[in-house]
Design a binder for this molecule. Structure first.
Ligand code: SAM
Length: 333
């Protein structure tokens, strides 16, 4: 059966396989195959494969030993994986229960199943979850440890925001970080930007108004061996900014829908030369215009503003896109 596979030379195979496994991208139900001097690694979400890797359709054999949820259900269910937790977005409770059972009865290493019960809401952007199967050893089904591109993140979905879907985007941004630079995430959560930045040798500050997110950020810094490179601050970034005025070489603003209200703060934090990663959700007719205009209004004429990347991260809703602008701010003399 033709499935999307990353095609690499066998000499690079183990490193690439590990990178894909860390990002939870390998389609476990198919065999990794060598043919004609190439290694074919089946992938579950081809759109999430890091740029630079070649994805081709290849007739990969199914793994005979693995029973998948689709084998049990007779259809391919849709779910995300977060550590050992499966995340569903099902409106019909009966269908949700059927999928949940199939997931835990399959051979996948998923023990707990949660279903979205609300939209993300409030200042902390946390959503409510219905626990369909609790396979946790400690009665805390919403807490897990998720691996992403070689980093580990402990988190509790009932208390903090986290989306495994943004893994490729975070990896793209982290790849731009150089050792020694000063990076500040204004809405840091449990650290999915801060931790990989610190692993690349950046001096990092993560700010979040959610106390539990900051506790997890500190724990995650320790877990990943970068506690010396991470300062985690609980508070409203508008209040914290004065302490770090003119400090940052890089700023991350992942608070789509409201980031524009924090651009003055971003300008306060920016050093003489600073890259800003600005996330936004806008109509597909003009997904980048509102963000770019807001950044220019906040930073000009003090800074020269140049947009380095306009990137669509994912589709958010019908006709709405989640986008990122990478913007360089150069202070004028
Ligand atoms: N950067 C993380 C990520 O990508 O997973 C978290 C992003 S989440 C969309 C936004 C975060 O901003 C939440 O954790 C929320 O608690 C935090 N937040 C909201 N308003 C804030 C404020 N005024 N100051 C600091 N953090 C804030």
């Amino acid at each position: 059966m033709d499935v999307p596979c990353v095609r690499v030379r066998p000499s690079e195979g183990e490193a690439i396989r590990r990178e894909l496994a860390d990002a939870d991208l390998i389609a476990e139900e198919f065999e990794i195959t060598v043919s004609d001097g190439w290694l074919y690694v089946p992938v579950a979400r081809p759109e999430a494969v890091p740029p630079g890797l070649e994805v081709v359709d290849y007739d990969a054999p199914e793994r005979e030993t693995q029973t998948t949820p689709a084998d049990i259900l007779g259809f391919e269910p849709s779910y995300e994986r977060l550590g050992e937790v499966a995340l569903l977005d099902e409106d019909d409770p009966e269908r949700a229960a059927e999928i949940a059972r199939a997931i835990v009865d399959s051979d996948l290493p998923l023990e707990t199943v949660l279903n979205k019960r609300s939209k993300i809401k409030g200042e902390t952007r946390v959503r409510e979850w219905a626990v369909l199967v609790d396979g946790s050893a400690d009665g805390r089904p919403t807490e897990t440890v998720h691996r992403e591109y070689g980093c580990e993140f402990a988190l509790d979905l009932a208390e903090v925001y986290f989306s495994p879907r943004l893994a490729t985007e975070r990896h793209r941004v982290a790849a731009q970080v150089a050792a020694g630079e000063r990076a500040l995430d204004m809405f840091a959560g449990v650290g999915p930007f801060v931790i990989p930045f610190a692993k690349r040798g950046a001096e990092c500050v993560g700010v979040d108004v959610n106390e539990r997110a900051i506790e997890y950020l500190r724990e995650n810094a320790r877990r990943n061996g970068v506690e010396d490179g991470v300062t985690a601050i609980c508070g409203d970034v508008r209040t914290v900014a004065a302490e770090y005025s003119g400090w940052a070489d890089r700023l991350v603003m992942n608070l789509p829908h409201s980031a524009d209200a924090f651009l003055e703060t971003a300008v306060t934090l920016a050093g003489a030369s600073c890259v800003l990663h600005y996330y936004d959700i806008q109509h597909e007719d003009d997904p980048f215009g509102p963000g770019e205009r807001a950044i220019r209004a906040a930073a000009e004429p003090e800074y020269e503003v140049s947009v380095e990347t306009r990137r669509t991260v994912r589709s958010y809703a019908p006709h709405e896109l989640n986008v990122c602008l990478d913007v360089r701010l150069e202070r004028r003399e």
